[in-house]
Design a protein around this ligand. Structure first.
Ligand code: GUN
Length: 285
């Protein structure tokens, strides 16, 4: 048996076309502001892709770049100015920040209504409470993929490997909200395979090439590989290629989860614009 590939590239293109239509129907300008501090090459590539995708969807963008040695106060001042700017709907601070900055402090400075990454504690708390929130793009994209391929979650065993704030924790909350029985595994988990073998849906978000081997996967399971491990030999996920012979559905790397992340960021930016306009209209009446 060979798993059916979950084609994130094609699905992301379709979602992005839908967003373009929704942006056009919205009528008013929609604007995403990004903040990139320092010169991490991967971050530069990611931010560049976010701007290109925004423009293709009809979303304006502003590109703020600061040197690696900029003081944290400069980033906080910039965030305060963008929070106050009515022409800005979404604010994204690219991570990681340089070591001298305190990420939680910086992320908490973003207006939760413009927090298109869903990293502010208010949005994280709303997700935890299963209430409407701006939610992190990568796990949101995974949920769209699971729905598109008709993967049943209700009462099923879902195992998430990784407990990051960007992927693992919000992923677990989203699966729980859909009534999966969720297990979160991490670097201290004893006998990882004992957990993963139970999974009907297995999400790997660690960043260690070939961490998940065929013997760790239940035959027919849905396997979602979130990792992007860059090596001289190319881009790899957490999942060993041998797992294609065991799984029922599986995301390739590249061309799986990655393209969906940007699509969901665009969706969040439009949602932030729509909600803010509604809130302004309501408070003004
Ligand atoms: N760095 C790696 N992934 C992300 C992400 O989803 N958002 C931001 N802001 N930075 C990241």
């Amino acid at each position: 048996m060979t798993a059916v590939p979950i084609d994130g590239k094609t699905l992301a293109l379709r979602v992005r076309e839908e967003i373009s239509e929704d942006v056009a129907a919205y009528g008013d300008p929609v604007c995403l502001a990004t903040i990139l501090v320092g010169d991490d090459p991967a971050s530069h590539v990611y931010v560049g892709s976010k701007h290109k995708a925004s423009h293709e969807a009809g979303i304006d963008s502003r590109d703020h770049r600061l040197p690696a040695d900029a003081p944290q106060s400069e980033v906080l001042d910039l965030i305060a100015a963008l929070n106050a700017d009515d022409g800005v709907d979404g604010i994204l601070v690219q991570l990681p920040l340089p070591g001298h900055m305190d990420e939680p402090t910086v992320l908490r400075a973003v207006d939760p209504a413009k927090d298109v990454d869903g990293f502010h504690p208010l949005n994280a708390g709303l997700l935890y409470l299963d209430q409407p929130a701006l939610t992190p793009a990568t796990p949101s994209g995974v949920m769209v993929m699971l729905d598109e391929y008709g993967v049943e979650l209700h009462g099923k065993e879902a195992v998430v490997i990784g407990r990051s704030e960007i992927v693992g924790k919000p992923m677990a909350m989203m699966l729980l909200a859909r009534h999966a029985t969720v297990t979160i595994c991490h670097s201290r988990t004893q006998d990882l395979a004992q957990h993963t073998r139970r999974a009907d849906v297995l999400v790997a978000a660690v960043g260690r090439r070939a961490l998940v081997t065929p013997d760790m996967v239940k035959p027919g399971a849905t396997v979602i590989d979130v990792a992007m491990v860059r090596t001289d030999e190319g881009l790899f996920g957490d999942v060993d290629p041998g797992v294609w012979e065991v799984a029922g559905l599986m995301t390739p790397v590249p061309g799986g989860v990655g393209p969906m992340t940007i699509a969901m960021l665009l969706r969040n930016t439009l949602t932030a614009a729509q909600r803010r306009r509604t809130a302004v209209a309501t408070s003004g009446s």
